[in-house]
Design a protein around this ligand. Structure first.
Ligand code: GLP
Length: 263
């Protein structure tokens, strides 16, 4: 199935549609009592989606005892460790606040089934995902430069398209553009609060997910999406690899992003 482009009216519609899609994919699997793997993203795009998803899962009331969540990424401090949960940019804290704390505790999500890549042993995340049967659904945002998770664009002169698609989970140096963008959007413009490194799920485990759902709702995301629409998979635009994925969807908001051809 080729990549599906789905336009929705606005942020609320995107959040509701994204949550409904994830819940629909998870529910039958949760009832089968085998491990269910959900890849999670952070960012402003996902804030309301997590509210809606928690509401849907609470209402459906299937046990979450077999659910494993894998977050895409986390900032890494100068000491080489994940930033602590009280760091203002901590993705773990974001997830706790926006999603995990909203789930009904009676549904039984296991704290040790909540996974973040570990900068000390990034390969272990890829091994664990494989051992548990692979990601069922991967939720993605898109950086203003087209990155997914913290897989930053690279020139094709530096890495072949296949090698880029095979990148494992690893520690990376953030690009100046991402530091600037994330300072502006999440750190009150203060660059010094944005760590210089992060640990990111690699392209390989992301692209191996059975279903991928990418959400976009900011005008700055129009440009990478347009390039993608008319392009081919290239390391210069990491999100473009969804073009070759057998089951992926882009949900974008028509009030902020226009992908229709100009007359
Ligand atoms: C960060 C994350 C990405 C995310 C991007 C967009 O850079 N590493 O995974 O897609 O932010 O976030 P937002 O939703 O705030 O635009």
């Amino acid at each position: 199935m080729p990549l599906q482009w789905t336009r929705v009216d606005d942020y609320e519609a995107m959040s509701a549609a994204g949550a409904a899609r994830i819940a629909a994919a998870l529910e039958p699997r949760l009832r089968q009592g085998r491990p269910v793997l959900l890849g999670l993203a952070t960012g402003n795009t996902m804030l309301v989606l997590y509210q809606r998803l928690a509401e849907l899962l609470n209402r459906c009331a299937a046990s979450l005892a077999q659910l494993h969540t894998f977050n895409l990424d986390e900032y890494v401090g100068a000491d080489g460790r994940p930033v602590p949960a009280d760091h203002p940019l901590s993705y773990r804290a974001y997830m706790e606040q926006n999603f995990f704390s909203r789930l009904d505790p009676q549904l039984g999500l296991q704290p040790d089934h909540v996974h973040f890549p570990d900068p000390a042993c990034p390969a272990e995340t890829d091994d664990l995902i494989e051992r548990l049967g692979g990601l069922d659904v991967q939720l993605l945002g898109i950086g203003f430069n087209g990155h997914i998770a913290f897989n930053e664009p690279m020139p094709e002169t530096k890495i072949a398209a296949d090698a880029f698609a095979a990148l494992p989970t690893r520690v990376i140096d953030l690009t100046e553009l991402t530091i600037d963008t994330n300072a502006r959007l999440t750190a009150g413009g203060d660059r010094s609060r944005v760590p210089r490194q992060a640990v990111t799920l690699g392209m390989k485990p992301i692209l191996a997910a059975r279903e991928i759902l990418l959400l976009a709702c900011f005008p700055e995301q129009e440009e990478p999406l347009r390039r993608m629409r008319h392009g081919r998979p290239t390391p210069e635009l990491p999100a473009s690899y969804l073009l070759d994925h057998p089951h992926s969807t882009i949900l974008y908001t028509g009030d902020r992003i226009s992908l229709e051809e100009q007359a």
